[in-house]
Design a protein around this ligand. Structure first.
Ligand SMILES: [Fe+2]
Ligand SMILES: [Fe+2]
Length: 267
Protein backbone atom coordinates (compact mmCIF):
# COMPACT_ATOMS: atom_id res chain seq x y z
CA UNK A 1 0.00 0.00 0.00
CA UNK A 2 2.92 2.28 -0.62
CA UNK A 3 1.62 4.98 -2.95
CA UNK A 4 -2.06 5.06 -2.01
CA UNK A 5 -3.46 7.73 0.32
CA UNK A 6 -6.20 6.20 2.52
CA UNK A 7 -9.20 8.22 3.64
CA UNK A 8 -10.56 6.26 6.59
CA UNK A 9 -14.23 6.53 7.48
CA UNK A 10 -16.50 4.59 9.82
CA UNK A 11 -20.18 3.76 10.00
CA UNK A 12 -21.60 2.39 13.23
CA UNK A 13 -24.58 0.20 12.45
CA UNK A 14 -24.41 -2.28 15.33
CA UNK A 15 -22.94 -5.21 13.36
CA UNK A 16 -21.77 -8.25 15.32
CA UNK A 17 -18.68 -8.49 13.13
CA UNK A 18 -17.19 -5.44 11.37
CA UNK A 19 -16.83 -5.37 7.60
CA UNK A 20 -14.42 -3.35 5.45
CA UNK A 21 -15.25 -1.77 2.12
CA UNK A 22 -12.74 -0.23 -0.29
CA UNK A 23 -14.08 2.70 -2.29
CA UNK A 24 -12.38 3.98 -5.44
CA UNK A 25 -13.57 6.93 -7.49
CA UNK A 26 -12.58 9.37 -10.19
CA UNK A 27 -9.50 7.73 -11.68
CA UNK A 28 -10.17 9.70 -14.89
CA UNK A 29 -8.15 7.36 -17.10
CA UNK A 30 -7.47 9.43 -20.25
CA UNK A 31 -5.99 7.42 -23.11
CA UNK A 32 -6.51 7.29 -26.87
CA UNK A 33 -4.93 5.51 -29.83
CA UNK A 34 -5.49 5.35 -33.59
CA UNK A 35 -9.00 3.96 -33.07
CA UNK A 36 -10.02 7.39 -31.71
CA UNK A 37 -7.39 9.51 -33.40
CA UNK A 38 -9.21 12.79 -32.77
CA UNK A 39 -8.74 12.23 -29.02
CA UNK A 40 -4.99 11.52 -28.94
CA UNK A 41 -3.90 15.11 -28.42
CA UNK A 42 -6.75 15.80 -26.00
CA UNK A 43 -5.84 12.72 -23.95
CA UNK A 44 -2.25 13.93 -23.56
CA UNK A 45 -3.48 17.34 -22.40
CA UNK A 46 -5.99 15.78 -20.00
CA UNK A 47 -3.31 13.58 -18.43
CA UNK A 48 -1.13 16.64 -17.85
CA UNK A 49 -4.01 18.56 -16.26
CA UNK A 50 -4.86 15.71 -13.87
CA UNK A 51 -1.18 15.18 -13.10
CA UNK A 52 -0.81 18.86 -12.15
CA UNK A 53 -4.08 18.90 -10.19
CA UNK A 54 -2.81 15.90 -8.25
CA UNK A 55 0.34 17.92 -7.48
CA UNK A 56 2.65 15.62 -9.44
CA UNK A 57 2.01 12.35 -7.59
CA UNK A 58 4.11 9.22 -7.63
CA UNK A 59 1.94 7.26 -10.05
CA UNK A 60 -0.45 7.81 -12.92
CA UNK A 61 -4.16 6.87 -12.57
CA UNK A 62 -3.53 3.44 -14.08
CA UNK A 63 -0.72 2.71 -11.64
CA UNK A 64 -2.94 3.77 -8.75
CA UNK A 65 -5.82 1.62 -10.02
CA UNK A 66 -3.59 -1.44 -10.36
CA UNK A 67 -2.25 -0.90 -6.87
CA UNK A 68 -5.75 -0.32 -5.46
CA UNK A 69 -7.13 -3.49 -7.05
CA UNK A 70 -4.29 -5.47 -5.49
CA UNK A 71 -5.08 -3.81 -2.14
CA UNK A 72 -8.79 -4.62 -2.59
CA UNK A 73 -8.04 -8.28 -1.77
CA UNK A 74 -7.85 -7.21 1.89
CA UNK A 75 -11.47 -5.95 1.86
CA UNK A 76 -14.88 -7.62 2.01
CA UNK A 77 -16.17 -5.58 -0.91
CA UNK A 78 -14.90 -2.99 -3.41
CA UNK A 79 -17.09 -0.24 -4.82
CA UNK A 80 -16.16 2.15 -7.63
CA UNK A 81 -18.22 5.33 -7.77
CA UNK A 82 -17.68 6.51 -11.33
CA UNK A 83 -15.53 8.73 -13.50
CA UNK A 84 -13.06 5.85 -13.69
CA UNK A 85 -12.89 6.86 -17.38
CA UNK A 86 -12.31 10.48 -18.42
CA UNK A 87 -13.99 9.78 -21.80
CA UNK A 88 -15.15 6.76 -23.72
CA UNK A 89 -12.38 5.82 -26.15
CA UNK A 90 -11.63 2.18 -26.98
CA UNK A 91 -8.19 2.55 -25.38
CA UNK A 92 -9.63 3.78 -22.06
CA UNK A 93 -12.08 0.90 -21.87
CA UNK A 94 -9.62 -1.77 -23.07
CA UNK A 95 -7.25 -0.60 -20.34
CA UNK A 96 -9.89 -0.61 -17.57
CA UNK A 97 -11.19 -3.99 -18.72
CA UNK A 98 -7.70 -5.50 -18.61
CA UNK A 99 -7.01 -4.20 -15.09
CA UNK A 100 -10.41 -5.27 -13.73
CA UNK A 101 -10.64 -8.66 -15.47
CA UNK A 102 -11.37 -11.41 -12.96
CA UNK A 103 -11.75 -8.88 -10.12
CA UNK A 104 -14.83 -8.55 -7.96
CA UNK A 105 -16.38 -5.11 -7.48
CA UNK A 106 -19.53 -3.02 -7.67
CA UNK A 107 -19.34 -0.07 -10.06
CA UNK A 108 -21.83 2.74 -10.48
CA UNK A 109 -21.30 5.09 -13.41
CA UNK A 110 -20.25 8.72 -13.19
CA UNK A 111 -20.86 11.53 -15.62
CA UNK A 112 -17.64 10.91 -17.60
CA UNK A 113 -18.19 7.24 -18.46
CA UNK A 114 -20.40 8.02 -21.46
CA UNK A 115 -18.85 11.13 -22.93
CA UNK A 116 -16.80 11.11 -26.17
CA UNK A 117 -15.14 14.30 -24.89
CA UNK A 118 -15.61 15.93 -21.48
CA UNK A 119 -18.19 18.70 -21.64
CA UNK A 120 -20.28 16.91 -24.26
CA UNK A 121 -23.07 15.19 -22.35
CA UNK A 122 -26.62 14.26 -23.27
CA UNK A 123 -29.15 11.61 -22.33
CA UNK A 124 -29.15 10.44 -25.94
CA UNK A 125 -25.37 9.95 -25.91
CA UNK A 126 -25.62 8.10 -22.63
CA UNK A 127 -28.33 5.79 -23.96
CA UNK A 128 -26.35 5.12 -27.14
CA UNK A 129 -23.09 4.40 -25.29
CA UNK A 130 -24.46 2.47 -22.31
CA UNK A 131 -24.12 -0.98 -23.88
CA UNK A 132 -20.54 -0.34 -25.08
CA UNK A 133 -19.44 0.94 -21.67
CA UNK A 134 -21.21 -1.84 -19.73
CA UNK A 135 -19.60 -4.52 -21.92
CA UNK A 136 -16.22 -3.78 -20.29
CA UNK A 137 -17.32 -4.36 -16.70
CA UNK A 138 -18.98 -6.96 -14.54
CA UNK A 139 -22.28 -6.23 -12.82
CA UNK A 140 -24.62 -3.37 -13.61
CA UNK A 141 -23.34 0.21 -13.90
CA UNK A 142 -26.82 1.66 -13.29
CA UNK A 143 -27.99 -0.23 -10.23
CA UNK A 144 -26.58 -3.09 -8.23
CA UNK A 145 -26.75 -4.31 -4.66
CA UNK A 146 -25.07 -6.90 -2.50
CA UNK A 147 -25.49 -7.96 1.11
CA UNK A 148 -22.13 -7.94 2.87
CA UNK A 149 -22.02 -9.06 6.50
CA UNK A 150 -25.57 -7.89 7.18
CA UNK A 151 -25.21 -4.56 5.36
CA UNK A 152 -27.01 -3.92 2.09
CA UNK A 153 -24.40 -2.26 -0.14
CA UNK A 154 -26.17 -0.48 -3.00
CA UNK A 155 -24.37 1.19 -5.92
CA UNK A 156 -26.55 3.31 -8.21
CA UNK A 157 -25.85 5.69 -11.08
CA UNK A 158 -26.75 9.34 -10.48
CA UNK A 159 -23.94 10.62 -12.71
CA UNK A 160 -26.23 13.19 -14.39
CA UNK A 161 -27.50 14.14 -10.88
CA UNK A 162 -30.96 12.70 -11.48
CA UNK A 163 -32.86 9.56 -10.45
CA UNK A 164 -35.16 7.59 -12.74
CA UNK A 165 -38.47 5.96 -11.79
CA UNK A 166 -36.90 2.52 -12.28
CA UNK A 167 -34.13 3.41 -9.84
CA UNK A 168 -36.70 4.77 -7.37
CA UNK A 169 -38.60 1.46 -7.52
CA UNK A 170 -35.36 -0.45 -7.02
CA UNK A 171 -34.30 1.74 -4.07
CA UNK A 172 -37.65 1.00 -2.41
CA UNK A 173 -37.21 -2.71 -3.16
CA UNK A 174 -33.81 -2.57 -1.42
CA UNK A 175 -35.39 -0.95 1.65
CA UNK A 176 -38.03 -3.71 1.66
CA UNK A 177 -35.22 -6.19 2.38
CA UNK A 178 -35.12 -4.65 5.86
CA UNK A 179 -31.34 -4.39 6.25
CA UNK A 180 -29.32 -1.23 6.88
CA UNK A 181 -28.26 0.31 3.56
CA UNK A 182 -25.09 2.12 2.55
CA UNK A 183 -25.72 3.87 -0.76
CA UNK A 184 -22.83 4.51 -3.15
CA UNK A 185 -23.33 7.05 -5.92
CA UNK A 186 -21.16 9.28 -8.10
CA UNK A 187 -22.75 12.62 -7.25
CA UNK A 188 -22.72 13.40 -3.51
CA UNK A 189 -26.05 12.97 -1.74
CA UNK A 190 -26.70 16.47 -0.42
CA UNK A 191 -29.70 18.30 1.09
CA UNK A 192 -29.79 20.68 -1.88
CA UNK A 193 -30.86 17.74 -4.08
CA UNK A 194 -34.21 17.69 -2.24
CA UNK A 195 -35.28 20.73 -4.25
CA UNK A 196 -36.30 20.45 -7.92
CA UNK A 197 -35.04 24.01 -8.37
CA UNK A 198 -31.47 22.90 -7.76
CA UNK A 199 -31.74 20.48 -10.69
CA UNK A 200 -33.28 23.20 -12.88
CA UNK A 201 -30.23 25.35 -12.26
CA UNK A 202 -27.43 22.77 -12.24
CA UNK A 203 -28.53 19.67 -14.16
CA UNK A 204 -29.56 21.09 -17.51
CA UNK A 205 -28.03 18.28 -19.57
CA UNK A 206 -29.72 18.04 -23.00
CA UNK A 207 -32.62 15.62 -22.73
CA UNK A 208 -33.41 16.39 -19.08
CA UNK A 209 -37.06 17.02 -18.32
CA UNK A 210 -39.05 18.84 -15.68
CA UNK A 211 -40.56 15.48 -14.61
CA UNK A 212 -37.07 14.07 -14.06
CA UNK A 213 -36.12 17.05 -11.85
CA UNK A 214 -39.29 16.70 -9.74
CA UNK A 215 -38.79 12.95 -9.42
CA UNK A 216 -35.11 13.34 -8.47
CA UNK A 217 -35.96 15.77 -5.69
CA UNK A 218 -38.62 13.33 -4.47
CA UNK A 219 -36.14 10.42 -4.46
CA UNK A 220 -33.64 12.52 -2.49
CA UNK A 221 -36.34 13.33 0.09
CA UNK A 222 -37.08 9.59 0.28
CA UNK A 223 -33.38 8.87 0.95
CA UNK A 224 -33.50 11.40 3.77
CA UNK A 225 -36.71 10.04 5.29
CA UNK A 226 -36.32 6.24 4.91
CA UNK A 227 -34.50 5.16 8.09
CA UNK A 228 -32.82 2.13 6.47
CA UNK A 229 -30.62 4.43 4.34
CA UNK A 230 -27.92 4.85 6.97
CA UNK A 231 -25.11 6.51 5.07
CA UNK A 232 -23.86 7.66 1.67
CA UNK A 233 -20.51 7.48 -0.16
CA UNK A 234 -19.73 9.32 -3.37
CA UNK A 235 -17.06 11.02 -5.48
CA UNK A 236 -17.26 13.64 -8.27
CA UNK A 237 -15.79 16.52 -6.23
CA UNK A 238 -12.22 15.09 -6.37
CA UNK A 239 -11.60 16.07 -2.73
CA UNK A 240 -12.54 14.37 0.52
CA UNK A 241 -15.53 16.00 2.19
CA UNK A 242 -18.31 15.38 4.68
CA UNK A 243 -21.93 16.41 4.20
CA UNK A 244 -24.57 16.38 6.92
CA UNK A 245 -27.52 14.97 5.00
CA UNK A 246 -30.35 15.76 7.42
CA UNK A 247 -28.44 14.09 10.25
CA UNK A 248 -27.18 11.18 8.11
CA UNK A 249 -23.49 10.97 7.15
CA UNK A 250 -22.69 11.55 3.46
CA UNK A 251 -18.99 11.17 2.65
CA UNK A 252 -17.31 12.39 -0.52
CA UNK A 253 -14.06 10.67 -1.54
CA UNK A 254 -11.23 12.40 -3.40
CA UNK A 255 -10.00 11.24 -6.80
CA UNK A 256 -7.98 8.07 -7.36
CA UNK A 257 -5.96 10.11 -9.87
CA UNK A 258 -4.43 11.68 -6.75
CA UNK A 259 -3.89 8.25 -5.19
CA UNK A 260 -6.80 8.62 -2.74
CA UNK A 261 -8.73 5.47 -1.73
CA UNK A 262 -11.60 5.17 0.74
CA UNK A 263 -11.18 2.67 3.57
CA UNK A 264 -14.62 2.20 5.05
CA UNK A 265 -15.15 0.26 8.26
CA UNK A 266 -18.69 -0.68 9.19
CA UNK A 267 -19.36 -2.05 12.65
FE1 LIG B 1 -14.56 13.29 -11.71
FE1 LIG C 1 -17.92 13.50 -11.99
Amino acid sequence: MSNLIPNKIEFHLGLKKPIRILQLTDAHVALADERNENMIEYSQRARRVFFEEAKCPERDPIGYLEEAMEYSKEFDCTVMTGDMADFNTEKVYDTLKAILAGKDYLFCAGNHEFTPKPGIDSYELKANTAEFVQSHFRGNLFFESRIVGGVNVVAADNGYYVWTQEQFDRLKAEAAKGLPILLFTHVPVHPHLKEADWFRQHARIPGATEELFELSAKVTRYLSEEPLFKGFCSGHWHNNAFIDFDGKPSYVLGGLFKGIVGEITVD
